[in-house]
Design a protein around this ligand. Structure first.
Ligand code: GDP
Length: 222
């Protein structure tokens, strides 16, 4: 398969730490955001996606785990790495920062074309995951669901999880991509889906008026 997304350049633009704080100028470049609970495998997936081992390290450095980290890819689009949520051992203050940050981000991202929502195939979706999916559906942003760590379970277990997500969380089977950072399974499919989002005409219109971001336990670990 020809690589649908050859990464020629990748540039860290900076991090957004608060709702009203710095974010890159919306230079008109389309944007795709990556979300998931902490430890879901987001860094591993991003490293696979861009085929650069050290890439996601920046998002893991102390202080950056609670920011939205922006990367310019090929000078063509922006990749936004959202902070992980659902981390139990964090202070209430830090948890309380996650929601306004997400809210502020969505309100200030007119060029957002889609969100890639990660779920660990081995785990029941948590209440946080459900809220996040509901929230994305309310906002109306096109969403790709990626099941991570599929190498850790049988293919039957993967199928069962897919069925469960469709049945219980209202996810469409076409939205779901099976992924493994170990084998690389799903990398090209994800890349292709992203190219689809970037090239698609914007058909969704966000109304943030009546929508509030879920009150999740943001990671905010460091
Ligand atoms: P993050 O907190 O969401 O960025 O998660 P990481 O990418 O740091 O991954 C968390 C843990 O899961 C690490 O120990 C990874 O090595 C492991 N991991 C991530 N993706 C995979 C995968 O696809 N397969 C397996 N077997 N382990 C994975």
């Amino acid at each position: 398969m020809v690589d649908p997304l050859v990464i020629r350049s990748l540039e860290f633009m900076g991090g957004m730490a608060t709702a009203a704080g710095w974010r890159p100028e919306s230079s008109g470049l389309p944007e795709i955001a990556f979300a998931g609970r902490s430890n879901v495998g987001k860094s591993s997936l991003l490293n696979r996606l861009v085929r650069r081992k050290a890439f996601a390290r920046v998002s893991k450095t102390p202080g950056r785990t609670r920011e939205i980290n922006f990367f310019r890819v090929n000078g063509r689009f922006v990749l936004a790495d959202l902070p992980g949520y659902g981390y139990a051992k964090v202070s209430k203050t830090r948890q309380a920062e996650w929601r306004p940050l997400m809210d502020g981000y969505l309100r200030r991202s007119p060029t957002l074309r889609g969100v890639v929502q990660l779920l660990d195939v081995r785990r029941e979706p948590t209440e946080d995951d459900r809220q996040m999916l509901d929230f994305l559906a309310d906002v109306g942003v096109p969403t790709i669901v990626v099941l991570t760590k599929t190498d850790k379970v049988s293919s039957r277990a993967v199928v069962e999880r897919v069925q469960e997500l469709c049945r219980e969380l209202g996810v469409d089977e076409e939205q779901i991509i099976q992924f493994s950072a170990v084998s690389g399974l799903g990398r090209d499919e994800l890349a292709e889906a992203m190219v689809g989002l970037l090239e698609a005409e914007v058909t969704w219109e966000r109304s943030m008026q009546n929508i509030v971001a879920p009150d999740l336990d943001g990671e905010m670990t460091s």
